[in-house]
Design a protein around this ligand. Structure first.
Ligand SMILES: Nc1ncnc2c1ncn2[C@@H]1O[C@H](COP(=O)(O)OP(=O)(O)OP(=O)(O)O)[C@@H](O)[C@H]1O
Length: 312
């Protein structure tokens, strides 16, 4: 059903440069109405640049960014009525109360019915009882909710969020995502950069960025399916010897330290190593089993593959 929805965002071969630095390199991506697209990737991967260009806040060096069928930079004024952008470091007025902050946004955006909208959002985001509290006295989670309310004041159809919950405790993050889910159920489309893979897990599509390029994209299920049957949890002693053996094994594509042992990704179609290999090297295996891959496994595997890292 999602696939036949109209495209809200279409990025075609988008490149963004700052002088000699290429932040985004020839990225193509399309986001349909009602989708939740999560951008994940290490710091400096280019997520902020791509989100800003999508929000019409900066021009691109090459390629095309279309939002609701309009070129984002050229039509940024029209588009600002239809999209919301919550930057990584959203500045609230610390000395203003929750209600005053939203009133300020209402005036700034020239909204006609901002009082009604403010009441609705205060209610829905659980801020009504705190509306007279100064922003500086709010908890981290509450501050992020207020920022969310501010970005929703003009009732956008697309919301672009840059790491909206960074530094917020897990319970508040869950609450924040529950609220986002309610707005999405009502038709809001989301593009969100997040460092948290549990948040990416909630997206309809995850796009993995590295050095300005898309390494992989798909639903969380599609991404993890790609490693299905290829991931082993291996624990044993001595650990250093185990790491050395794993690094040299043919058919092993990647080894990541994990808990007491390692997560080992096998090359495509490679059979798992025989436990005998380890015994021959004097290793006592405590665990050696296939496990279902998580997004974190996919993320680490793709990153180390892209970096061409030697195995540990
Ligand atoms: N205004 C700028 N001038 C020069 N270089 C920049 C500018 N903005 C970003 N960059 C560089 O572009 C690259 C991508 O940065 P960007 O902020 O888009 O990545 P990111 O994935 O959002 O990372 P972060 O999560 O740290 O913000 C980085 O190397 C960054 O240093």
């Amino acid at each position: 059903m999602k696939r036949s929805s109209p495209a809200v965002v279409v990025l075609q071969e988008v490149t963004i440069r700052y002088g000699t630095v290429t932040a985004v390199s020839s990225v193509s991506l399309s986001v349909s109405a009602g989708e939740v697209v999560a951008l994940i990737g290490p710091d400096g991967a280019g997520k902020t640049s791509l989100l800003r260009a999508t929000a019409g806040l900066q021009p691109v060096s090459a390629g095309k960014v279309e939002v609701f069928g309009l070129e984002a930079w050229k039509h940024r004024r029209e588009l600002h009525h239809q999209l919301g952008y919550l930057p990584q470091h959203f500045a609230l007025y610390d000395d203003l109360s929750v209600a005053e902050n939203l009133a300020f946004i209402g005036h700034l955006m020239g909204l006609q019915h901002w009082q009604e909208r403010r009441s609705l959002l205060l209610q829905r985001l659980g801020l009504a009882n705190f509306q007279d509290r100064r922003a500086q006295a709010l908890s981290g989670g509450m501050k992020r909710k207020l920022a969310l309310a501010a970005s929703l004041m003009h009732d956008p159809r697309l919301l672009i969020l840059d790491e909206p919950t960074t530094g917020v405790d897990p319970i508040s993050r869950r609450d924040f995502w529950r609220l986002l889910g309610e707005f999405v159920a009502e038709g809001l489309t989301l593009m969100v950069a997040t460092p948290y893979l549990d948040e990416a897990q909630r997206a309809s599509r995850v796009v993995l960025f590295h050095r300005g390029e898309v390494l992989a994209q798909g639903s969380p299920r599609e991404l993890t399916q790609a490693l299905k049957g290829r991931l082993l949890a291996v624990e044993g002693e001595p650990r250093a010897e185990l790491a050395a053996v794993l690094a040299d094994l043919p058919g092993v594509a990647d080894v990541q330290p994990f808990g007491l042992g390692f997560h080992v990704t096998l090359a495509e179609k490679a059979p798992p190593p025989e436990p005998q290999v380890f015994q021959n090297r004097g290793i006592r295996l405590h665990r050696f089993e296939e496990i279902p891959p998580t997004l974190e496994d996919v993320f680490l595997f793709e990153l180390s593959r892209a970096a061409g890292e030697p195995k540990p």
